[in-house]
Design a protein around this ligand. Structure first.
Ligand code: ZN
Length: 227
């Protein structure tokens, strides 16, 4: 088969996804960039788990069963780290402040160039998705706007990181933040307040489609159907 007939069967993207599938077996490089996780943040996390989920724990640990993909809208890694660093939610997030003063964060952030940063222990609870934080590892991608769109390097790193996490934990579900409300009637959903919801569109339909295409062999469970 010459190059041209090969090209007519497979788009460049398909070839690339196949290479990802069979070519990359090594663990991704993960760079430690710890945000502040002092006793104050531990206490705020435990309070959040108690108030929102009815979970009484002595450690802010989770049992990872889900990976949630996000984008930050924030245009740089540096600004993202600043936004997640403090233990308390900043005043600019008044829309979700009624549901607790613990700051938002995620376990991982992927920069525009595909570099993967770990901000906190994988099995510590981060506030990144209503109802599901107690079982969800969050991956934030820097950007996501028209000015700073998500990149192919980020897509590639998400795929590698998801594969790594799936190998380490019993991850059953892979979702985009935009899909989280599908879990409202699921056993994993623990948020007590039916009025506490936010509209999400990250990381976008196409980004999730591309991730799912490249990770289909990991056999994640199907998402609950929309009511
Ligand atoms: Zn999000």
């Amino acid at each position: 088969m010459d190059y041209n007939s090969y090209g007519s069967f497979y788009s460049f993207k398909k070839v690339w996804l196949l290479l990802m599938l069979f070519g990359c077996t090594k663990a991704p490089e993960i760079i430690d960039k710890p945000i502040t996780f002092n006793q104050e943040r531990v206490d705020l996390t435990l309070q959040y788990m108690e108030d929102r989920y009815g979970l009484s724990q002595t450690e802010p640990t989770i049992v990872p069963e889900m990976v949630v993909i996000h984008y930050t809208v924030i245009p740089t890694l540096e600004k993202t780290l600043v936004a997640f660093d403090g233990a308390y939610l900043p005043e600019s997030r008044s829309g979700i402040a009624g549901a607790g003063s613990l700051n938002v964060s995620s376990q991982f952030v992927i920069d525009q160039d595909g570099s993967i940063y770990q901000l906190m222990p994988e099995n510590y609870m981060a506030r990144h998705v209503i109802g599901l934080n107690h079982c969800a590892i969050g991956i934030e991608n820097v950007g996501g706007t028209a000015d700073v769109p998500l990149t192919t390097a980020q897509l590639e790193s998400n795929i590698q990181l998801i594969k790594y996490l799936k190998g380490k934990y019993d991850i059953k579900f892979l979702i985009g933040h935009q899909e989280y409300t599908l879990f409202e009637d699921h056993d994993l959903w623990l948020e007590k307040d039916d009025s506490y919801r936010t509209e999400k569109s990250d990381p976008g339909i196409q980004f999730m489609r591309d991730i799912r295409e490249a990770t289909s062999y990991l056999d994640f469970l199907e998402l609950p159907k929309e009511n």
